[in-house]
Design a protein around this ligand. Structure first.
Ligand code: UDP
Ligand code: MG
Length: 312
């Protein structure tokens, strides 16, 4: 039977959290008295999570596993979950229990009130390093400033999406995905619910600095041309300065002044502009690389085992 609710949890080496996640989701969803499914996406785990997911699926038909052929990253794993989801309302949740499953009931209540996107806002974060909290906070604020889409501050992927929203998002097949931005971009009736982000149930973060930076770059390039325009602004400013400075310097030299003798001024100007040009090229490269990825038209992910394989 078609479930009313789909819960999506991406799993990357979370073997220690899985049984607790299953227990708490089952407990919470049992209270809704509706049909539900839990889609566990195994994002190329190597710690036994894959086997654990298979076991859960064999024991309980609520569990629908999607097992990737390799690690594709969190955003792609969630995308696969959205693709396989069948519910009228779809909830995205982290597998490490940093997002309390009990909040799903509150989200469902808001959904019944007519909201089509109910996102959870991190009012407080527990058990995360100073570095993680500061960079995350800065990240949300920079994105908010430079993008045209007003992506709510301090909001992760923990949210409920109406079927209508999921259908629209499933038609957006961009490779470098920033789902919170996409969910804001589509519009619809949205509301935020504050919550306290718990510490990880077990294990360590699967988002090292490198992946966080990649996510930030995807967010910015997906929703803003601002970095491309920076080069134009700097160009106008330096051209403006040179229009004033060049006649001034020529005049000084002709009148016999020694003010601009030597290499220092030349060196400073060349190094500064060289630096600006290289950075601008790099920024251009970020966009061009993404265009190239899109043009290749490869699938977003490769599935080794899908829910149908477990239904026999
Ligand atoms: N995750 C994933 N693929 C990855 C990295 C993370 O599926 O390449 C999952 C991970 O298992 C977890 C969720 O994404 O369920 C969020 O990751 P994590 O908790 O490590 O991020 P943090 O909360 O530290 O930002
Ligand atoms: Mg986490």
């Amino acid at each position: 039977m078609k479930p009313k609710y789909s819960i999506i949890a991406p799993v990357y080496n979370e073997s220690e959290s899985l049984s607790e996640l299953y227990k708490r989701i089952t407990e919470v969803m049992g209270q809704t008295n509706e049909e539900w499914e839990l889609i566990l996406i195994d994002d190329g785990s190597s710690d036994g999570s894959t086997g654990a997911i298979r076991e859960l699926a064999k024991a309980d038909p609520h569990i629908r596993p999607v097992i990737f052929a390799r690690n594709f990253g969190h955003q792609i794993a969630v995308t696969a979950g959205l693709d396989y989801s069948r519910g009228d309302a779809v909830v995205i949740i982290d597998a490490d229990l940093q997002d309390p499953p009990e909040m799903i009931l509150e989200m469902i209540k808001r959904w019944h009130e007519g909201y089509e996107v109910v996102y959870a806002v991190r009012a407080d974060r527990e058990g995360e390093t100073w570095f993680k909290r500061t960079t995350a906070s800065l990240f949300y604020r920079i994105i908010f400033k430079i993008t045209d889409v007003k992506i709510p501050l301090d909001t992760g992927d923990f949210r409920l999406l109406d079927r209508k929203v999921v259908n629209v998002m499933n038609r957006m097949r961009e490779k470098h995905r920033f789902l919170r931005g996409m969910a804001a971009w589509v519009g619809f009736k949205q509301i935020g619910l504050p919550y306290k982000r718990a510490a990880r149930y077990a294990g360590i973060t699967k988002y090292p600095f490198r992946k966080m930076l990649q996510l930030a770059l995807n967010a910015i390039t997906s929703f803003s041309y601002f970095p491309l325009q920076v080069a134009t602004y700097i160009g106008f400013v330096s051209a403006g300065i040179s229009i004033i400075a060049i006649p001034f310097v020529i005049f000084e030299r002709l009148t016999g002044s020694q003010a601009f003798v030597g290499q220092a001024t030349t060196l400073i100007a060349v190094l500064f502009l060289g630096g600006v040009q290289l950075i601008s090229l790099g920024i251009l490269g970020e966009y061009v690389g993404r265009i190239y990825d899109e043009s290749k038209g490869r699938p977003l992910y490769i599935v080794r085992e899908e829910p149908a394989d477990f239904e026999k």
